[in-house]
Design a protein around this ligand. Structure first.
Ligand code: ARG
Length: 402
């Protein structure tokens, strides 16, 4: 029986359609939903809705669910509609009327918002740690290869001299900027929506400060309608930050795909991290880099879904919002997986110093030559023209220029 069921049972086909993928997705939210429910029942005792005995038993049962979940033994059944129902059924099955009181003063709409927000805070912290770790590994790679030159490219053609160190540090710096964005988003979403009900508050003297403190939110999300309207908005903000990380790693991957082309051989991927071809026995392919690169586009699609689903809805809860859960979870998982794979790949990345030294051909110094003439007093445009003569296509650089 559904939590909301009062009369007719539901058409099974419509029921399955409305439940959708929730029993699978909510599985991830169970520990966060339980943490929020522990805060909620503690507060219900404070305002006299539950007695100490009921509260103690509810908290013990909720901790049991968390433990069952972590050992893979708490599974939402497809007919239970969602994780919120599964938790309440468990509590009611074990504790009877105390379980039936647990939903006092909340709606599944603020319940799901709260569980998702706790899940997001956890996921963002995890991403910040991983992004910092990647930045740190890039710095170590940069320092380990200091002094090795690298041709800088524009338009995929050699441009000016650069170094392996500065190449790696560019991604270090980029990821630390991304961390700042994540920290800013963390601060934005760190507001407790529990107690806002279905978007219009709850006619009970709930102590929202208590639940805020117990769940570790930095503040109360005061306006109940904004709490509902923030669903989707906050999620797309988070995926936008993921997208910035993936944007940087997309470029990192593209660079490495290029630098590891056998014809160039600037960098080498670890032989245990490349894939082969089923027909061409000589191939060693950088599939991992291609998937890192493609993840940017995948998550851009998820972010787009998050921006589209809530748009045009009038204020307050709508079931449409259920569909924000999947792109959010997929986007966060993709970003985490990409960072983890990148860390592994970087640990096996090596630099082919000989090839890089011989790749530093004379034309890379064209700008330097121009500047030498400028320094001796020649106007820039004259110097540019004079040096350009050396590099005319029909006039290959003399050996002495190399
Ligand atoms: N699965 C729903 C969601 O993610 C939970 C809330 C359902 N609320 C409702 N009034 N039908 O939005």
């Amino acid at each position: 029986m559904k939590l909301w069921q009062t009369a007719d049972s539901m058409d099974a086909r419509i029921e399955a359609f409305t439940i959708g993928n929730d029993p699978v997705l909510d599985q991830e939210l169970i520990p966060f939903d339980c943490m929020a429910t522990i805060a909620h029942v503690t507060m219900l005792q404070e305002i006299g809705i539950l007695d100490a005995d009921e509260t103690g038993k509810l908290i013990a049962a909720l901790n049991d669910i968390i433990n069952l979940h972590s050992s893979g033994q708490f599974r939402i059944q497809p007919n239970q509609e969602d994780g919120h129902s599964a938790i309440e059924e468990f509590l009611t099955g074990r504790l009877g009327s105390a379980g039936k009181k647990v939903h006092t003063g909340r709606s599944r709409n603020d319940q799901v918002l709260t569980a998702i927000r706790l899940f997001e805070k956890f996921a963002i912290e995890e991403l910040i740690q991983l992004a910092k770790k990647m930045a740190d590994s890039l710095q170590k790679f940069a320092l380990a290869n200091a002094g090795i030159p690298l041709p800088g490219y524009t338009h995929t053609r050699k441009a000016m001299p650069f170094t392996v160190k500065d190449w790696a540090m560019s991604f270090h710096d980029a990821l630390l900027d991304d961390v700042k964005l994540l920290e800013c988003t963390f601060e934005l979403i760190d507001q407790n929506p529990l107690g806002t009900g279905a978007g219009y508050g709850v006619p009970l003297p709930l102590n929202r400060q208590t639940t805020t403190d117990l769940m570790g939110f930095s503040r109360i999300m005061e306006n109940p309608m904004y709490a509902q309207n923030s669903r989707g908005k906050f999620e797309s903000r988070i995926l936008n930050d993921c997208l910035m990380i993936l944007y940087d790693l997309n470029k990192w991957a593209s660079d490495l795909i290029f630098f590891t082309i056998p014809d160039l051989g600037y960098f080498n991927l670890d032989p245990t991290m490349v894939t082969g071809s089923s027909i061409m026995p000589h191939k060693k392919n950088p599939d991992v880099l291609e998937l890192i690169r493609a993840s940017y586009h995948q998550v851009a699609g998820y972010e787009y879904q998050l921006k589209m689903i809530p748009a045009n809805l009038i204020s307050g809860y709508h079931r449409d919002l259920q569909y924000t859960k999947e792109p959010l979870m997929k986007g966060l998982k993709t970003c985490r997986d990409v960072l983890e794979a990148s860390l592994v790949l970087l640990s096996g990345l090596s630099v082919n110093s000989d090839n890089l030294h011989s790749a530093m051909t004379a034309e890379l110094l064209s700008v330097q030559k121009v500047m030498e003439l400028v320094n001796s007093g020649m106007p820039f445009r004259d110097a540019y023209r004079q040096i350009s003569q050396i590099y005319k296509p029909d006039k290959p650089a003399a050996d002495s220029e190399k």
